[in-house]
Write a protein that binds this ligand. Structure first.
Ligand SMILES: [Zn+2]
Ligand SMILES: [Zn+2]
Length: 166
């Protein structure tokens, strides 16, 4: 018999679909903000309204510490939170389901927007993000692919200065 996807799996697939709309070739990130099993907002990383896209005119790369990142694109998580503001929909109490672990800037926006839980797929080790999310009381879970059938969503254990799965 067909295996029906769980709610988490349903929203993980939606986040992956949103990521396909990304216009930054460096990293394609997608997310959905969810409350009571309903999508409140979606987001993917791309240039601001009216500006050229990374894939057309190239990324704007800035070196920050030991990492180089693209500053042209608005991140997926921030776009979803901004969509709430634009539409006058509250993000308080939402769960954010996202393809990649949030960066430090998005982590701050996630806490300030009242998001209570983050479920992410791919690891992107940033000790500052993890610390900010934890300090803000945001529950952190990682979606681990299960061979052949969907995902297992596991709480991320607290490890000094990093994220890791049990
Ligand atoms: Zn870019
Ligand atoms: Zn970010």
């Amino acid at each position: 018999m067909r295996r029906r996807p769980t709610w988490d799996e349903y929203f993980i697939e939606m986040a992956k679909l949103a990521a396909t709309r990304s216009t930054c070739p460096r990293r394609q990130v997608g997310c959905v903000l969810v409350k009571d099993h309903r999508v409140v907002a979606t987001g993917y990383n791309g240039a601001v309204r009216g500006a050229p896209h990374c894939e057309d005119e190239g990324c704007i790369l800035v070196r920050n510490g030991d990492r180089e990142s693209c500053v042209r694109a608005v991140h997926a998580e921030l776009n979803a939170i901004i969509q709430c503001a634009v539409n006058g929909v509250s993000s308080v109490g939402c769960t954010l389901v996202v393809t990649d672990f949030p960066c430090v800037h998005c982590a701050k926006a996630i806490v300030q927007a009242g998001v209570v839980k983050v479920i992410y797929l791919s690891e992107y080790p940033d000790p500052h993000s993890a610390a900010i999310l934890r300090a803000g009381g945001v529950e952190l879970c990682r979606a681990v692919p299960v061979q052949g059938h969907g995902y297992r969503v596991v709480p991320v254990q607290e490890v000094q200065g990093a994220t890791s799965t049990p």
